[in-house]
Design a protein around this ligand. Structure first.
Ligand code: ZN
Ligand code: ZN
Ligand code: ZN
Length: 773
């Protein structure tokens, strides 16, 4: 019996080789009909014997191309009409619908094989790709995803490429970025400050390898922006790059040619190996081996290295022997840090890079394929047996985070630092790539442009805007522009952190939320950051927090952690602080110290804060680890590293004292005794590592005890740990263990960062619940 059936397949089915797959599958079963890509999914009609049609349908999910993600298959019965062949119909544009756009995908095994096959016509071609791999999000200008809507538009395919593109049985059938040496983009080398072409194509790459091996710094145009590259084992080169990047000590990411090489300088578990080699190719934080031949300047004072594998063919060429000049040793790893000065967005345009990076790089490896959308490398780690995102960007964005509920169309603007925003539709939360720190003018422009772009891409017209309560955040000011036009929903920062975890884990109802971070605007106008909440997806009540202390100088105290140490000392000892004999007090200009104490005393420019990040700062400064920072959270991070260097989780150390004061509401967590203990340990010559161990255990103790008290009071058993402080591995592990031992269900962020990069998801989740009323 002949039947005809119509199928609508939704999910990530565009630009992933889905149509040729359907074409070939239909051929296999001898079926007639057609397949069509549309903005709402892939439409198919198949006609043939009933068994064959059913066989065909049953094989769609199991045999789908590797990058496809099928959400649903809808099937309808139709009257047979006698198709005579199977055709691939042209894409249809429909402005009201949208499709999911694939992130950029690292080079596949097949393309890699061809890249190094001297008999292949794309031998050593830096832009080789196919339907299973290559650029997507960063080259797409509009949908549907067709070549003329991408930055490949200026490159007219040669006869051979066109034939592949037109052949449904070819791996490059409708591979939009398809290209070769003859017709596609190419690379060239320029000397910084002069735009003359020094070398082109293979010669340019050979020359870059030579220059890198001599310790020079090369700006390399990549997939989502420029990297600054140098030899990661070269002390002088890496130190020079640090010097040029305004001496910030923020760790550089490195790229190594393969897993085997990474294993020579880092410990790599099976899970970490899987994360490293996945098609997203994030930077993975790995424990370094003690004798790792990686220059100290790559990640100063850090026990972990951010390592990634090559993800574009060009990266592979930098490591390959085929282009390596004679006498040059293979690289163990290259520094591959974002092509920017500090917190400004990564450079993407050739002209912009020439200007902005001219004092940073000695050379520029350019190419002529335009980057439409900026996208930084993602950062992830494996901890507590699971993958945890630290920066969700290239390889992940713009795939949505799928929620368990349908959402109204909301724009959530996120926070200020590490900004991402989020647009929702159906059960999808489309989180933007990493936008950066919005205090930066360029980053703010990127933020505003990206919102417009993603609205267009996903056909979302938000009816509601969620924003952070901080009146000075540029993301908040952006939201305020819509006052009177759209419904605005303000969301408290720490509530949003907790909700970000609830959203990704599909939790509704009340939980105990422990929200620890550096900064966030409280409902009382003060700076919060050490918060215990009873929260659900709509509201929260602040049950306990770290005792308020002055933050002398406001933002200056964030850059100079010793100021917060002084605040804690003054609170504990008053004028007696000068008699403590603490070494920290001797390291800093006495007139400056007195000035700061006067500020605290007279409450001048000293807003009150309950920040947990600032408590870590204070202890770091007191313990002699870090008094002044050059990048965010450096003092806390280096304090943690002291503990990892001295045994990590294996060490048993007694907690310091602290008090929970329950006679007011909210309860207060008073850390005075901890500070006293730290001071005593410092004065009796205990190591910073020991102090760090004791302090981390104290904080886990605080979390365990306060959560237990809250359970008794509110009968809640789920604890959500969120906020940037929980990126601290030691604290997360110790707290998790303590809470689990007490029988709590403990949840923490996995798919979106615990830091402010995840805030927008939490905002959207809360806003949706308030809208539902
Ligand atoms: Zn490929
Ligand atoms: Zn070609
Ligand atoms: Zn935060």
């Amino acid at each position: 019996m002949t039947v005809r059936r119509y199928l609508l397949i939704k999910g990530v089915v565009q630009g992933v080789g889905f149509r040729p797959f359907i074409y070939n599958l239909a051929a296999e079963y001898g079926l007639k009909g057609w397949v069509l890509n549309s903005t709402d999914g892939v439409h198919i009609e198949v006609e043939g014997p009933v068994d064959e049609v059913e066989g065909f349908i049953s094989q769609i999910r199991p045999k789908a191309p590797p990058l496809a993600r099928i959400d649903s298959i809808e099937v309808r019965e139709l009257e047979p009409i006698g198709y005579t062949d199977f055709t691939i119909r042209h894409s249809e544009g429909d402005s009201s619908k949208y499709i999911k756009i694939s992130p950029d995908v690292s080079i596949c095994e097949d393309c890699l094989r061809e890249l190094f096959d001297p008999t292949d016509r794309r031998y050593l071609y830096p832009f080789i790709n196919c339907t299973n791999c290559g650029p997507r999000f960063t080259i797409i200008k509009d949908i549907p995803y067709d070549r003329h809507n991408t930055t490949m538009r200026p490159f007219k395919m040669c006869k051979l490429c066109q034939a592949e593109y037109d052949d449904p049985s070819n791996r490059r059938f409708h591979a939009q970025p398809n290209a070769c040496h003859t017709c596609g983009p190419h690379v060239w080398l320029e000397r910084s400050g002069s735009r003359g072409i020094v070398a082109e194509r293979d010669e340019a790459i050979r020359e870059v390898i030579r220059r890198l091996s001599k310790g020079e710094i090369v700006a390399i145009k990549g997939l989502g922006g420029f990297h600054l590259a140098c030899d990661a084992s070269n002390q002088e080169a890496t130190a020079k790059l640090r010097e040029r990047k305004r001496k910030s000590l923020k760790p550089f990411a490195i790229m190594a040619p393969d897993i085997e090489t990474i294993k020579t300088f880092c410990f790599v578990s099976d899970q970490e190996e899987k994360l490293l080699s996945g098609y997203q190719r994030p930077i993975v934080l790995l424990r370094r081996k003690p004798d790792a031949p990686i220059a100290e300047a790559v990640a100063p004072n850090n026990e972990f290295l951010g390592v990634m594998l090559p993800y574009t063919p060009l990266h592979y060429l930098l490591f390959c022997s085929d282009l390596r000049p004679e006498g040059v040793k293979p690289f163990i790893a290259l520094v591959m840090t974002s092509g920017n000065l500090s917190e400004e967005p990564i450079a993407i345009d050739n002209e912009e890079a020439r200007e902005r990076l001219k004092d940073l790089a000695d050379w520029f490896l350019m190419h002529n394929r335009e980057i439409c959308t900026r996208c930084d490398d993602s950062v992830a780690k494996v901890d507590l047996g699971t993958q945890i995102m630290i920066r969700r960007s290239r390889g992940y964005a713009p795939y949505p985070v799928d929620l368990h509920i349908d959402m109204p169309q909301i724009l959530a603007c996120g926070a200020e630092l590490k900004n991402t925003f989020c647009l929702t539709k159906e059960n999808h939360a489309f989180l933007s790539q990493h936008i950066g720190d919005l205090q930066n003018v360029e980053a703010f422009k990127f933020f505003a442009d990206s919102i417009e772009y993603m609205k267009k891409l996903f056909r979302i017209e938000p009816e509601f805007i969620a924003y952070d309560l901080h009146p000075e955040y540029l993301s908040t000011k952006y939201a305020m522009e819509f006052q009177g036009k759209l419904d605005l929903i303000g969301v408290q920062h720490h509530h949003a952190h907790i909700a970000s975890c609830m959203a990704e884990r599909g939790i509704e109802g009340k939980v105990i939320g422990v929200s620890f971070d550096g900064t966030g605007y409280g409902t009382d106008g003060r700076i919060w950051g050490g918060e215990f909440l009873v929260a659900d997806e709509r509201e929260f009540v602040r049950i306990a927090h770290l005792k308020y202390l002055p933050l002398p100088g406001g933002d200056a105290a964030v850059r100079e952690p010793y100021r917060m140490a002084l605040s804690y000392l003054w609170d504990l000892y008053g004028d007696g602080l000068w008699e403590t004999g603490l070494p920290m007090l001797e390291r800093i200009d006495p007139s400056k110290l007195r000035l700061i104490v006067r500020m605290i005393e007279r409450k001048i420019n000293s807003p009150l804060t309950s920040s947990c990040g600032r408590l870590f700062d204070a202890v770091s400064a007191l313990a002699g680890v870090r008094s002044v920072i050059s990048y965010e959270a450096q003092a806390a991070m280096e304090l943690e590293m002291k503990a990892w260097r001295e045994g990590g989780l294996k060490v048993e150390a007694p907690s310091y004292g602290w008090d929970l004061i329950k006679d007011e509401s909210p309860w207060l967590v008073d850390m005075s005794e901890t500070i006293r203990g730290v001071v005593e340990d410092v004065l009796s010559g205990k190591s910073a590592g020991w102090i760090s161990h004791r302090f981390h255990r104290t904080m886990a103790d605080v979390i365990a005890v306060v959560c237990r008290e809250m359970r008794e009071e509110f009968e809640l058993n789920d604890v959500v740990l969120s906020g940037g402080v929980f990126q601290n591995r030691l604290l997360l592990n110790l707290s998790f263990k303590r809470l689990a031992e007490q029988g709590f269900r403990v949840l923490f962020n996995r798919d979106v960062p615990a830091n402010d990069g995840g805030i927008s998801l939490g905002q959207a989740y809360i806003a949706a619940s308030r809208v539902r009323g």
